[in-house]
Design a protein. Structure first.
Length: 220
């Protein structure tokens, strides 16, 4: 009767093992298989999240590229001698908007993690270090991790899911920079103190816009 009852239960559940006592010899193999299934489910979820983060990162970088192209266009327009004060002010206002949009995109998140924060997924990677008298950003710094955030997608070593923003937006080897015109721009480099946590952080950019100087006559 016991055997018949066990067979009936197996037929109803579709499982050969419903409790340890059904077949003690098969318990270790069953537990091992269950752990493998759980691990594979974790791998699949990590792959899903990594693919989503990659897509968001690519789309974000494309948006940033469009903004930088627009900023370059505005810079060329600002260099035209025919601009009056009102035109230059309008161009400067749009540049300020681009800076704000770039900062917002650099701090984009997916599934509660910052895309460009590296291993520090819960720390806002880019912060304003200093503002001018009108509240516009003058210095922006990076406070994320210098290490990538990695996840396991198989039994091989983990793969990178989230890159540090300092590697994405800042060149690792600084080359010589030639500045044309009198824009007031200067390169961003060095370290600064984070206004939120008090720690050291990389300075990504100095933003010091200044209207181009004009001259009514030829240069002397």
């Amino acid at each position: 009767m016991v055997r018949l009852g066990a067979l009936r239960e197996q037929a109803m559940t579709g499982l050969r093992l419903n409790r340890y006592s059904d077949s003690p010899a098969l318990v270790p193999a069953a537990l091992s298989a269950a752990r493998q299934v759980e691990q594979f489910e974790t791998y699949l979820e990590n792959i899903k999240q990594a693919r989503a983060a990659l897509n968001i990162g690519v789309n974000t970088l494309q948006e940033m590229t469009d903004l930088l192209n627009r900023a370059q266009q505005l810079g060329l327009e600002a260099a035209q001698s025919s601009n009056d004060s009102a035109s230059l002010e309008a161009l400067a206002t749009e540049i300020d908007m681009i800076v704000d949009q770039m900062l917002r995109l650099a701090n984009v998140k997916h599934a509660g993690r910052y895309i460009f924060g590296g291993a520090q997924t819960q720390t806002e990677p880019f912060v304003v270090l200093e503002r001018d008298d009108s509240g516009k950003p003058k210095r922006i710094g990076y406070q994320g991790s210098e290490l990538p955030h990695k996840v396991a997608v198989s039994q091989t070593p983990p793969v990178t899911m989230l890159m540090p923003g300092s590697r994405v937006f800042q060149s690792r080897e600084r080359l010589g920079v030639e500045y044309l015109g009198s824009t007031g721009a200067r390169p961003g480099s060095g370290m600064a103190v984070c206004p939120q946590c008090g720690g050291q952080m990389k300075v990504i950019a100095f933003i010091e816009p200044r209207a181009p100087e004009r001259s009514d006559g030829p240069p002397t």
